[in-house]
Design a protein around this ligand. Sequence first.
Ligand SMILES: [Fe+2]
Length: 199
Amino acid sequence: MTPPSSLLTRRHLTARLSAFGFASLTLPGLAEAQALPATPACEAPASGARRQTEGPYFTPSSPLKRDLRGDGPGETLVLSGFVLTRQCQPLPGALVDLWHADTQGQYDNAGYRFRGHQLSDAQGRYQFITRIPGFYPGRTRHFHVKVQAGNRPLLTTQLYFPEERAANQRDRIFHDSLLMQVTAAAGGQIGRFDFVLAD
Ligand SMILES: [Fe+2]
């Protein structure tokens, strides 16, 4: 596996993460980076994240896996955020399942390439390190996710890239409430999305 430090330098990553208000990193690896503050910044109670179709390519029982980069080539993206209640309380131990296409727009429907799940930590934080997915016909660039916490309803939705304005507008499933915050870093991108779960 490629050492993470060769993809995103500590200096650049720290600068970019600081722009999001992230705590200092505990490199040597991106995989060890706890990239979010201990508590989220919230205002009034939020509505739960919009639900979207899981599409035809969901595979259950994905591996517990944070770093999906070894599953194929492509530009690195670190995806982080909180899992929260509508009242902005963090939800520890929430299962966050991520799956997406490879750079060619292909899903692995026989195995678990670019499929993995994480449990949110004690502060409700999750993080994946993966590759930016490619396009496939009829869709803009996107991630698929399922988020489950306790007895709350399962959230199935998708995440989108703000720089894909034209493709997003052509996509019939796209919704702007599901845009990640994405910023460029040396050797990759940093994505941020907080999942607010319904009661
Ligand atoms: Fe998809």
